[in-house]
Write a protein that binds this ligand. Structure first.
Ligand code: HEM
Ligand code: HEM
Length: 200
């Protein structure tokens, strides 16, 4: 069983909890975002789904900042030995890219609703109002700024999808082809294979 902190051979429970909670939330948000934009503006469901989307998105931003702080305080286990330089670069690049998108995606959404000519408030989980980012005063063309940020937000969403394909392919390659502990050490149970010294 993993301890709370990362060890030299595996991720700890805090890092594992952050990883799977944020991964599930992001996957849900990609689906929710894609569905909600298709609903007719006349439907009250659209408004409710947008509020859920914004609330979960801001939660992802907060969790990601906490996760980054935890990562700096708690070094991650080294990659398994024997990886090629390009495999190391792909793994590191994907992780850095994910961290960047986990921040930039919610911030672009927040900026979008902050500049929007509709000026709709964001009430997080129906409880507390999220202030707009202080961008409204700087912008004259609210419609133009909103559509530009919509484009950015959508492209960043596609960026997550692209990284996810690489990331999952990498995880499966480690597990089924290289047969090392990479996937197991991001799961709460035991590690068992020798290549990363897991289970000891
Ligand atoms: C990691 C977090 C987030 C993910 C993965 C995400 C993903 C998406 C996706 C896939 C769409 C649909 C894009 C399209 O097909 O047009 C979307 C739309 C939208 N998102 Fe997010 N989003 C996130 C965070 C946020 C946040 C924090 C806000 C605001 C506070 C936000 C506000 C919006 C709005 C207003 C739209 C609708 C845009 C439109 O009407 O065309 N999002 N999001
Ligand atoms: C949108 C969904 C996901 C995001 C944003 C994400 C993000 C990340 C990030 C940022 C890391 C690096 C952690 C660190 O060292 O600080 C990581 C590691 C990892 N992820 Fe994901 N992940 C997602 C989905 C998945 C899925 C579906 C799988 C399994 C198929 C997976 C398997 C792993 C594994 C095994 C590691 C550990 C890699 C290592 O030991 O270096 N992830 N993930």
């Amino acid at each position: 069983m993993a301890g709370w902190r990362n060890s030299a051979s595996r991720y700890g429970m805090v890092a594992i909890g952050f990883h799977w909670l944020i991964a599930a939330a992001i996957l849900g948000m990609l689906v929710l975002g894609t569905i909600m934009v298709e609903i007719s503006p006349a439907s009250p469901l659209k408004f409710a789904l947008y509020q859920w989307h914004k609330s979960i998105g801001i939660s992802i931003l907060v969790l990601s900042l906490l996760r980054l702080a935890w990562r700096f305080a708690n070094p991650v286990p080294p990659l398994p030995a024997g990886m090629q330089w390009w495999e190391i670069a792909a793994a590191r690049g994907t992780h850095v890219g994910f961290y960047a998108l986990m921040i930039l995606l919610p911030v672009s959404g927040w900026a979008m609703v902050s500049v929007s000519p509709w000026n709709i408030p964001t009430i997080l989980y129906g409880i507390v109002e999220l202030p707009h980012l202080p961008l409204r005063g700087m912008i004259e063309d609210h419609k133009g700024a909103e559509s530009a940020l919509k484009e950015v937000h959508e492209w960043l969403g596609w960026g997550v999808v692209a990284l996810l394909v690489l990331h999952v392919a990498g995880a499966l390659k480690h597990h089924f082809v290289m047969r090392d502990d990479t996937l197991l050490r991001m799961l709460p149970g035991r590690t068992r294979r020798a290549a990363t010294g897991g289970g000891r």
